[in-house]
Design a protein around this ligand. Structure first.
Ligand code: HEC
Ligand code: HEC
Length: 157
């Protein structure tokens, strides 16, 4: 019984030592920890309270909705190459016109939802970037049926 609790105590100690060994004195995250995103510093339309990780989720969704990569809206930053050698991106920089367009698009989407969609009874389908873009940078035209349109017939009574 005594041996067992001693063993447990040693186990706890060795865990604590292992954790301490992983934490560099600088306060940087331990090696191998999940990648954390720095807090944004130039948000003009998204809530300024977003954490880096929350913002990253939104950015992933925008890129996927438009079928593009981050560099469609963000400027290359060759001075800070990524570990794989490709140029990094200066995310806070505002020089790409696509970034300005995306800001306007976000405001438009918020307005559509707030002023129109939310006023529809029982509405639970907010408009998102993907509603219009559907995986394309430029929304694709809707092809009208050639034979004119045939609304479904009312069910026979
Ligand atoms: C369709 C354009 C677009 C795409 C694609 C895009 N972003 Fe953004 N990003 C923006 C806009 C616009 C802002 C600024 C939002 C604001 O002003 O509130 C922003 C802001 C950011 C910021 C904050 C920078 C700062 O310090 O203020 C980061 C980080 C970021 N994006 C990362 C990414 C990553 C990573 C990807 C790819 C997964 C990506 N973005 C894809 C448009 C885009
Ligand atoms: C109501 C439909 C609609 C919604 C919602 C919408 N967009 Fe758009 N967006 C468009 C249309 C239409 C265009 C094309 C305008 C043109 O090129 O004539 C466009 C163009 C763009 C462009 C410029 C593309 C280029 O070729 O440079 C970007 C970037 C963009 N949208 C980002 C977004 C983002 C990010 C969101 C969500 C926050 C969004 N859009 C939501 C309809 C929409």
């Amino acid at each position: 019984m005594k041996a067992a609790s001693l063993f447990l105590f040693a186990l706890v100690l060795s865990f604590a030592a292992a954790i301490a060994a992983q934490t560099p004195p600088s306060g940087a995250p331990p090696a191998g920890a999940p990648h954390r995103h720095p807090a944004p510093k130039n948000l003009q339309v998204l809530p300024k309270t977003l954490t880096g990780d929350q913002l990253d989720e939104i950015m992933d969704a925008w890129a996927a909705s438009l079928g593009v990569h981050c560099d469609s809206c963000h400027t290359a930053d060759p001075a800070h190459p990524r570990p794989d050698g490709r140029p990094g991106l200066d995310f806070a920089d505002d020089s790409k016109p696509e970034k300005a367009t995306a800001r306007r698009m976000f405001q438009m989407t918020e307005e559509i939802n707030r002023d129109y969609i939310a006023k529809i009874d029982n509405s639970d389908a907010p408009v998102t970037c993907g509603t219009c873009h559907r995986g394309h940078l430029g929304p694709q035209p809707f092809a009208l049926p050639k034979e004119g349109h045939n609304p479904p017939k009312a069910p026979a009574k």
